[in-house]
Design a protein around this ligand. Structure first.
Ligand code: MG
Ligand code: MG
Length: 248
């Protein structure tokens, strides 16, 4: 069942989204050559704590940190640590915050210094694939209209969409129904209705679509070692159209 949220609930989720966005932007402001992913984690933790919110990921199924930090060929769920960012890297950060029991969830990939043009294009296309998905968050559209829009932009640019990890409904839990694959056939799936809140999150690889989970039980990498990008927003479907909640 897809839980629909009231206006009052969406107002609370907007606050959770705002805190999440602030944490993500603060991390992005700090991305530079030489900083460690543990330092980025501390920044996100401070922003969330100062807002009186709770980190959504820390302790989630045992995850040890506030952010997921995923460099280069790491697709998602990288664990922050002593790793230092280097010139030419890309760094994906995923973060969530809880306000009054409601969740926000957002992710973004940044370049570290100067990056190769092909990788810069991967970031741009992944961001645009998210925007294309968000544009379908309108009452009366179908769930896989979102999926097909994401896939069309990503694969249309010659990149691959990760199949194993998907977007999701979000509210009083981080992961609610429905699952939102980043590929699919337009015109299929449940009809979108006002009050649904969805976390849409394309994960797009420069090379092949296949991914592998590493032995730590978290870190997911591309099977071919190619770079991967990840952009995510929490979006409310309203009668006025899509409203991105993970905005400051
Ligand atoms: Mg996320
Ligand atoms: Mg998510």
């Amino acid at each position: 069942m897809i839980v629909r949220k009231s206006h009052a609930e969406i107002d609370v989720m907007r606050e959770a989204g705002r805190v999440t966005a602030r944490a993500l932007r603060s991390v992005g402001d700090a991305v530079r050559v030489g900083i460690t992913t543990a330092e980025l984690d501390d920044i996100a933790a401070s922003v969330i704590a100062e807002a009186g919110a709770l980190p959504a990921f820390k302790g989630y199924q045992g995850f040890p940190a506030t952010i997921c930090s995923s460099c280069n060929c790491v697709v998602v769920h990288g664990i922050p640590g002593a790793e230092r960012l280097a010139e030419g890297d890309i760094i994906s950060v995923d973060v969530g915050a809880i306000v009054d029991g409601y969740y926000g969830d957002s992710a973004r990939t940044w370049p570290v210094g100067e990056i190769e043009p092909g990788i810069a294009r991967l970031l741009d296309v992944t961001r645009r694939s998210l925007e294309a998905g968000i544009s379908k968050c309108v009452p009366g559209m179908r769930l896989y209209d979102i999926s097909a829009a994401v896939q069309g932009v990503a694969e249309g640019a010659g990149f691959s969409v990760v199949r194993e990890y998907v977007g999701h409904g979000i509210g009083r839990a981080m992961h609610e129904e429905p699952q939102i694959p980043n590929y699919g056939i337009a015109g299929r799936g449940p009809t979108l209705q006002a009050g649904m809140v969805l976390a849409i999150e394309p994960m797009v690889n420069l090379g092949g679509a296949a991914v592998v989970q590493k032995g730590d039980g978290w870190t997911v990498v591309t099977a071919d070692g190619s770079p991967s990008a990840h952009f995510e927003h929490t979006v409310a479907i309203t009668t006025d159209g899509p409203v991105v909640l993970t905005m400051e």
